[in-house]
Design a binder for this molecule. Structure first.
Ligand code: PDD
Length: 288
């Protein structure tokens, strides 16, 4: 049986329970991280833990553990799974109000202990055939709040928009806010325009992906021209290439946008180059 970490200890998944009055359940009051793990080694764990800290600070919840404690939990949990490549989920909620306090009140409860859950699922990277074919995407006005830089568990807008994509036979919904590209419902978006890789700059309108950061580092290291800044809706629609990036999807070419071909309708050369660099980088990190 694969184990999970809940509030200070490892236990079998089917023995792990959270009370019904947990604010994560009642109010979506919490944050999360998803860390890819290859051969039981977490990828860019420190960056994920830094983003977790940023999210916790953003919702004014104290980090229950220090970096070393988190690192130990992640490594130990990864070791306790019977599959080697994992998608590790870390979730921290504002917990359960202590007796004598309202069971459900928007305002913070006093002195509640956070609920901390960490579990792993098997990670299946995208198949070569899918990367070679690419995926399609749709666009929609960005319906979310003004703090999309926080990885919060209240994901209603993202859930509905991802589902809209799935029902359109697509992989992702790409958001447009005030005429500008922000990101996907569960991914960051890059475009290639005349050989230059373009992507929005980090802001409160998007989550700064760890994959996004790796892609920008690799582009800089390998001399790929990059422009980080505004990408207009027109720029998106006329791009030679569009990619979505995330820890689980890696670098995935988008070949159809709103039923129109992107570029020549096939994954482009810059996507192929970046995917090769990314796969090599992953290998290098795992060997280290
Ligand atoms: N999603 N933007 C949003 C809204 C996301 O949900 C994600 C990741 C990203 C990419 O971040 P990263 O490269 O660190 O995975 C950008 C994860 C995988 C999820 O919630 O399923």
């Amino acid at each position: 049986m694969n184990e999970v970490w809940l509030n200070g200890r490892f236990l079998p998944a089917d023995a792990a329970n959270v009370p019904v009055f947990d604010r994560g359940f009642l109010l979506g009051d919490g944050v999360y991280e998803i860390v890819p793990v290859y051969s039981r080694k977490p990828f860019r764990l420190d960056a994920h833990l830094a983003r977790l800290q940023h999210s916790l600070q953003g919702i004014r919840l104290a980090n229950p553990y220090g970096i070393e404690a988190w690192r130990k939990i992640a490594l130990e949990l990864a070791a306790r799974q019977d599959f080697a490549d994992q998608s590790l989920l870390i979730q921290v909620t504002r917990g359960v109000p202590l007796p004598g306090q309202p069971l459900r009140d928007h305002a913070f409860p006093r002195d509640a202990a956070p609920t901390v859950l960490v579990f792993a699922q098997p990670l299946v990277p995208p198949a070569e055939a899918q990367k070679a074919a690419g995926v399609c995407a749709i666009t929609a006005p960005d319906p979310r709040w003004q703090r999309c830089d926080l990885k919060v568990i209240s994901l209603m807008a993202n859930v509905l928009m991802r589902q809209r994509a799935v029902e359109a036979g697509c992989a992702e919904t790409i958001f447009i806010r005030d005429g500008l590209l922000t990101e996907g419902a569960a991914s960051n978006i890059f475009v290639v325009q005349d050989g230059t890789l373009c992507t929005p700059a980090p802001s409160t309108h998007m989550l700064t992906g760890i994959t996004y950061e790796v892609v920008l580092e690799l582009a800089a290291r390998h001399g790929i021209a990059v422009r980080v800044g505004e990408v207009t809706e027109a720029g998106l629609r006329s791009a030679d290439e569009i990619w979505m990036t995330s820890s689980t999807k890696e670098i995935m070419p988008v070949v159809m946008l709103d039923e129109m071909p992107v570029g020549n309708g096939r994954p482009g050369p810059v996507a192929r180059q970046m995917d090769a660099l990314y796969q090599q980088f992953k290998q290098d990190v795992m060997r280290r």
